[in-house]
Structures are given as structure tokens and as C-alpha cells.
Design a protein around this ligand. Structure first.
Ligand SMILES: C[S@@+](CC[C@H](N)C(=O)[O-])C[C@H]1O[C@@H](n2cnc3c(N)ncnc32)[C@H](O)[C@@H]1O
Length: 268
């Protein structure tokens, strides 16, 4: 995909993220303010916590690309990370993150930027870059995305990914008691437009701006990483659910992988 098309999709999606931010705030912010009032609070699950600790997160400079309201990055800071910088395209979510950082009394920098346009001043600045839960499918150009994120990592540093498994894109997201409806081929490679809004916390319907997402197969993700001078250091697939979408798959005994962790290492 060329840069103009990429910009077209990310700009349109950004408006939809800004639009839903106050709705998410209504569902989450009071609870998070209370949680981050407790020193050392972390919203990270055992798998992510263990992987970050194995990467030696304490004392490391960490960036999160597409950090949303910052709850995960603030948790990383509470694991002892040094400099923490969160990038996201939606200022309204970053404002929520700043409020949480203030409550938690944590020094975390939030930068509003399209992932493809992160300022060159941040190149080679981070020991660990994290990408988690619902990011890669918003990237129109997966190769370009890995080029940018690899550029943020210091030589010898790592990218840590904890994402929903792309095989889930085949299934229409639904509640736990709804049937599984196979919607897309795993090899679907056209932009996927939705108009139902982004309130995946409360399911509130509103007059939503359309959003466009993109199916990237695991092979696309691996090859994009390898093409950006990253080495696959660790990869694991898991049966548990980390998104806010496929409750029907989670409840079924169909046995699909639901998420994965991937550690990518940049050469020294
Ligand atoms: C599903 S959220 C995931 C965030 C986080 N892992 C979480 O669970 O809160 C996706 C985030 O990516 C951001 N985003 C999507 N496309 C982006 C882009 N091209 N550049 C920067 N941010 C983007 C959105 O604003 C949103 O905050």
C-alpha cells in the first residue's frame, strides 16, 4: 500500500478513535483512577508481566506504540521501567493517560502521533517497544509499520508484541451465547470497513464514523519483522481471550488460538 492510501485510512480511523474516546472514558476512567491510586498497580496479566520481566524491563527505556489511555504503559512503569513514552494518534485517549499518570504520580510521556509519522528524534531510543491488544489490524501497511517501530528500538533492543491471533478475523465477533459465524477467509487482504462504532467496552451504539481495519496473516507479520532487520526470538500461541470481541470463540470448545506473544530482537 502506498503512503497516500495509508495516510487516508489512518486519518479517517483517527477521527473514529477520537469520537469513541469519551465513551470509553465513561466506562473505564473512574475505575482506572481508583486503581492507579494504589502504588504499583498493574493491569497487565501474568503472561505479559512474565515476558516483560524476562526482557528485564526494570530500568529499561520503554515505548508503547498505540498506547490508547496509557493504562498498560503506566503498569510497565510500575514494573520499574525507566523512561516511558506512549504514542497514539488520538489526543483524547492520551489526555486520559495523562490524568492516570497524574493520579499515579508516574513520569510517563504521552505523544500524539500517527504511528507512521513518529518524530525521528525518537529513533534508536528504546530498549523495549511494546505493541499490544488490537494494534496490528489497524495498520494498513504492515511492512511500513515494522520499519517505523524497528527504528524506535536501540541496537540490541526488543519489540514485544501481545496481540489477538489473526485467525480470529475469520470469525464475526459476538457475545458468549451467540453462534460462531465464519465471516472471512484467513487470506482476506482487502480493507474491511465497519460502521457499528468502536465501543467494544459497553456495546453502546452511536452515529459512528466508519473504521477500516486490515487482516494480516502471521506470515505477513513475521516477514514484515524480518524485512525490518528484526530476528524472531520467541513466539507462543495461547487459547485465552485478550480482546473485547470474540466471546463466542472463547466460550466454545473449538480450539482456535486466541492470542500470541512475539519477541523480536534488533541486531546490535
Ligand atoms: C484497540 S486500541 C489498543 C490499545 C491498547 N492495547 C489497549 O488495550 O488499550 C488501538 C489504539 O491504536 C490507536 N491507533 C490506531 N491506529 C493508529 C495509528 N495509525 N497511529 C497511531 N495510533 C493509532 C488508536 O487511537 C487506539 O488508541
Amino acid at each position: 500500500m502506498n503512503q497516500d492510501d495509508t495516510k487516508y485510512f489512518t486519518s479517517a480511523n483517527r477521527l473514529a478513535w477520537e469520537e469513541v474516546a469519551p465513551i470509553h472514558r465513561g466506562h473505564n476512567q473512574d475505575r482506572l483512577i481508583k486503581a492507579f491510586g494504589t502504588p504499583g498497580f498493574s493491569c497487565l496479566d501474568e503472561i505479559e508481566t512474565a515476558q516483560l520481566k524476562a526482557l528485564g524491563v526494570a530500568g529499561k527505556d520503554v515505548a508503547q506504540v498505540c498506547c490508547n489511555n496509557g493504562r498498560e504503559l503506566l503498569s510497565v512503569k510500575n514494573l520499574g521501567a525507566a523512561r516511558c513514552v506512549g504514542f497514539d494518534g488520538a489526543q483524547a485517549f492520551l489526555d486520559q493517560g495523562k490524568e492516570l499518570a497524574s493520579v499515579a504520580n508516574l513520569d510517563v510521556e504521552f505523544v500524539c502521533s500517527d504511528a507512521y509519522e513518529i518524530d525521528a528524534a525518537y529513533r534508536n531510543s528504546f530498549d523495549i517497544v511494546t505493541i499490544t491488544i488490537g494494534v496490528l489490524s489497524w495498520m494498513p501497511d504492515i511492512n511500513g509499520f515494522f520499519e517505523v517501530t524497528s527504528g524506535l528500538v536501540k541496537p540490541g533492543g526488543a519489540i514485544f508484541i501481545y496481540e489477538q491471533h489473526p485467525i480470529l478475523e475469520m470469525v464475526k465477533p459476538a457475545g458468549p451465547d451467540e453462534p460462531i459465524f465464519w465471516e472471512l477467509s484467513y487470506f482476506h487482504d482487502e480493507p474491511y470497513v465497519e460502521t457499528g462504532g468502536l465501543d467494544y467496552y459497553g456495546g453502546e451504539s452511536y452515529d459512528a464514523k466508519p473504521v477500516t481495519s486490515f487482516c494480516h496473516k502471521l506470515s505477513d507479520i513475521f516477514m514484515a519483522a524480518i524485512g525490518s532487520s528484526l530476528r524472531i526470538e520467541d513466539f507462543a500461541e495461547y487459547p485465552h481471550h485478550i480482546s473485547n470481541a470474540w466471546y463466542n470463540v472463547e466460550k466454545s470448545d473449538i480450539g482456535l488460538p486466541m492470542c500470541y506473544t512475539l519477541v523480536l530482537r534488533k541486531s546490535v
